[in-house]
Design a protein around this ligand. Structure first.
Ligand code: CU
Length: 136
């Protein structure tokens, strides 16, 4: 009689342990899932920590102005084309960023790389145009 009772207690304890492990797993997985997702977190942090519309490059007279700009990782940079011909702002190496063709009087934008560093860029239509984006 006492032996049966002990076996039931052991069985109940085992169930309780399994239950605790299961609930522990399910409650901890959402926090684990949110931290290693760089895509989702970078989008939200970029939107919340960087003031909107703060960073801009203007193209005029076939020059990027400023020709050296420091931005935060993942920041959105607006590029205004003040010339009467089309331009692009394109990373020189690795296609790190590219506005595509910006027609005269219009603006485009690109997203700065998330890795800190110095990124030379050019206009693919006018390769003599140069600038540098610094991410840090
Ligand atoms: Cu150009």
């Amino acid at each position: 009689m006492t032996l049966v009772h002990r076996q039931r207690v052991v069985a109940l304890l085992a169930l309780a342990v399994v239950g605790a492990v299961l609930t522990g797993c399910s409650s901890s997985s959402p926090s684990n899932a949110s931290s290693p997702s760089p895509a989702g977190s970078s989008v939200t942090s970029a939107a919340s920590s960087v003031p909107a519309g703060g960073t801009k490059i203007t193209i005029s007279s076939f020059k990027f102005n400023p020709d050296s700009l420091t931005v935060a990782p993942g920041q959105t940079v607006t590029v205004l084309n003040n010339d009467s011909t089309a331009h692009t702002l394109t990373a020189s190496a690795g296609k790190a960023f590219d506005t595509g063709t910006i027609s005269p009087g219009n603006s485009g934008s690109f997203t700065a790389p998330t890795a800190p560093g110095s990124y030379p860029y050019t206009c693919t239509i006018h390769p003599f145009m140069h600038g540098t984006l610094i991410v840090k």
